[in-house]
Design a protein around this ligand. Structure first.
Ligand code: GAL
Length: 389
């Protein structure tokens, strides 16, 4: 176990839930790990391959230990973790603070320390920890502290990913539990409305996330195109709507700018080249992974403040990331006045704009930047201060 703190920058990886729900197995996880390397996702910074709910048998063994599902993981979990490690990646698993997981498998309530031990023995590097079937009189805050303590003393570095959907004002107490990330909203769905709702609910919450404890806006749906399978588990109504590539591009840019962990949720073995391009955008990932971990602030457009806005994120070394977003359903002009970001005209400075999707340098602007944005589209700029007079 290292003494280094974990998750200095938002964790990046893949999680099985969005696309596969209960339908997971050893072969799938091995295939995903292979693709991480082949597709360059590992080089782009994605690291954790995480199995979500539905990996275990319905009962613990006679020693109270969790048992991997005999059909899905016939060789147990350790060989799967070993395989993921052999690719230079890290391996994650899932449990729950309640008596049962959301899909009805054994949870870790009153088994926190033995489960942390089991995970350490299997070579787990990341634990997603859910909130279903919590005994009503057991405060969630205490349950996350229990697992936090168990993980921090299990002899292995295990990132603790809390998932209580933003309930109980989680942002007020989660950092002290030792968790490195915490879900702040209900489950994302593969449609534009869901993405938009999550973003709107987290704007102005930037101050609650940061280095070593990140606001997790849920797994990405980029590249799913309506192919998710988890509605079956949740009793939903068949296929999800999916998004357009522009919507996925904006989804990814928002998660990156807002310092959310970047956990891919699509079947990367079948992802389109456009989806892989979005997920591998080096310049956008650099903004998300900036070492200072400062959250953005929001400057809202006066005539449509909820849906047209800029996010401004100070980066280490003096650059600024500026994302301009149009979440509304019609095209919009938008104008960012530089005095709103602390740059007075009298300073003699302007800002150079480099767009991170097109890769183009768009020149130096003074006083303001005005753009026209198509519905659901965005620009993400890396800006530098430039002396103009
Ligand atoms: C939900 C959680 C999802 C997924 C699911 C598994 O509570 O928010 O991300 O883990 O449980 O049953």
């Amino acid at each position: 176990m290292s003494n280094l703190p974990l998750a200095k920058t938002p964790p990046m990886g893949w999680n099985s839930w969005n696309t596969f729900g209960w339908n997971i197995n050893e072969e799938l996880i091995r295939g995903i790990a292979d693709k991480f390397v082949e597709l360059g996702l590992k080089d782009a910074g994605y690291e954790y391959v995480v199995i979500d709910d539905c990996w275990s048998e319905k009962e613990r063994d006679e020693n109270g230990r969790l048992v991997p599902d005999r059909n899905k993981f016939p060789n147990g979990i350790k060989p799967v973790a070993d395989y993921v490690h052999s690719k230079g990646l890290k391996f994650g698993i899932y449990s729950c603070a309640g008596t049962h997981t959301c899909a009805g498998y054994p949870g870790s309530f009153e088994h926190e320390f033995v489960d942390a031990q089991t995970f350490a023995e299997w070579g787990v590097d990341y634990l997603k920890y859910d909130y279903c079937y919590r005994p009503i009189h057991a405060p969630g805050e205490n349950l996350y502290k229990r697992m936090g303590m168990a993980l921090r003393n299990c002899g292995r570095d295990i990132v603790f990913s809390a998932c209580n959907w933003g309930n109980d004002d989680v942002w007020r107490w989660i950092r002290e539990s030792g968790a490195q990330l915490y879900r702040s909203t209900g489950d994302i769905q593969d449609n534009w409305q869901s993405i938009k709702n999550i973003v709107v609910s987290q704007i102005d919450r930037e101050c609650y996330g940061g280095t070593y404890c990140w606001n997790d806006m849920d797994m990405l749906t980029v590249g799913m195109h309506g192919k998710g399978d988890n509605t079956e588990v949740l009793g939903g109504e068949g296929k999800l709507a999916g998004c357009s590539d522009i919507q996925y591009k904006t989804h990814f840019a928002l998660w990156a700018m807002m310092n959310s962990p970047l956990m891919i949720g699509c079947d990367i073995r079948k992802a389109s080249s456009e989806a892989l391009k979005i997920l591998s955008n080096k310049e956008i990932i650099e903004i998300n992974q900036d070492i200072e971990g400062r959250g953005p602030y929001c400057i809202k457009q006066w005539n449509n403040p909820d849906h047209v806005f800029s996010l401004i994120k100070p980066l280490s070394g003096g650059d600024y990331a500026i994302g301009m977003f149009n979440l509304s359903d019609s095209a919009s002009e938008m104008s960012l006045q530089f005095f709103d970001i602390g740059l007075p005209t009298a300073s003699g400075y302007g800002l150079s704009f480099h767009e991170c999707h097109s890769g183009e340098d768009e020149g130096v602007f003074t006083e303001r930047r005005a753009v026209r944005l198509e519905p659901h589209d965005c620009y993400v700029y890396r800006c530098k201060l430039v002396k103009v007079k």
